[in-house]
Write a protein that binds this ligand. Structure first.
Ligand SMILES: *[C@@H]1O[C@H](CO)[C@@H](O)[C@H](O)[C@H]1NC(C)=O
Ligand SMILES: [Ca+2]
Length: 230
């Protein structure tokens, strides 16, 4: 009993410093910074041979859509690698798996001041990769066939870490609003991805990142957008 109480004494402060559940809420990054970010706690380790990653995004285009700016949309960083990064950069949207130099680029419409439903799918067995913008699929590309995404990292919104949870660059920070970040360990069907836009989810429960029950940690100047703005 005593050891249980001691354990609770250690765990409770940790649990209460984080928060959970973001149903109908968004996260707003009001201005460029090199210290504001959100750490998302996944439902399970990111050992992935396939994934679907979806999110809703709106940006401050006067910052994010500057010609030479790189803006991080989601970063999953392990101790040694940029294991899975999604960017908007140089007029394109890009995905990088275990690399910060060899990505796959898509000339899809850029993010705007209004919300965009953005999904990306990838599977190891074929390497087939696609972006989905408001339910419309891009052309396919083949990227990182037979690769596996490794566990042991941290999922970050708002900043690109060049070391494990540090070395942020203000000129790569996200400026705008992100919500409904969901991730599955499989490639969903086109119909399922189109349902994501309508917010009436009928597909499988997101089993890697699940916005509705997400545990997360806020660092710096990030506002949780109340439900009435959904
Ligand atoms: C960010 O970009 C601005 C404008 O290009 C530049 O003046 C500044 O030095 C950059 N800051 C960093 C930390 O790279
Ligand atoms: Ca960087």
């Amino acid at each position: 009993m005593k050891s249980v109480l001691v354990l609770l004494g250690v765990l409770l402060p940790l649990i209460s410093s984080g928060q959970s559940g973001l149903t109908d809420k968004g996260l707003f990054f009001p201005k460029p910074s090199d210290n504001s970010y959100i750490k998302l706690i996944p439902q399970k380790p990111l050992n992935l041979e396939a994934f679907t990653l979806c999110m809703r995004l709106s940006v401050d285009p006067t910052v994010v859509n500057q010609d030479n700016r790189e803006t991080i949309l989601l970063a999953y960083r392990t101790q040694d690698y940029d294991e899975l990064n999604v960017w908007q950069e140089k007029g394109k949207i890009s995905l990088y798996l275990r690399s910060s130099s060899e990505g796959v680029f898509y000339a899809i419409p850029l993010l705007s001041i209004f919300r965009t439903n953005l999904c990306v799918t990838w599977e190891s067995s074929t390497g087939l990769t696609a972006f989905w913008v408001d339910g419309r699929r891009s052309t396919l590309q083949v990227y990182r066939k037979n690769h596996k995404v490794q566990s042991g990292g941290a999922v970050i919104l708002g900043q690109d870490p060049d070391s494990f949870l540090g070395s942020f660059d203000i000129n790569q920070s996200f400026v705008g609003e992100i919500s409904d970040v969901n991730m599955w360990d499989s490639v969903l069907t086109g119909d399922q991805i189109r349902h994501f836009n309508e917010k009436v989810w009928v597909g499988p429960e997101p089993n890697v990142l699940n916005w509705n029950i997400m545990q997360y940690e806020v660092n710096g100047n990030v506002l949780v957008v109340p439900e009435k703005y959904k």
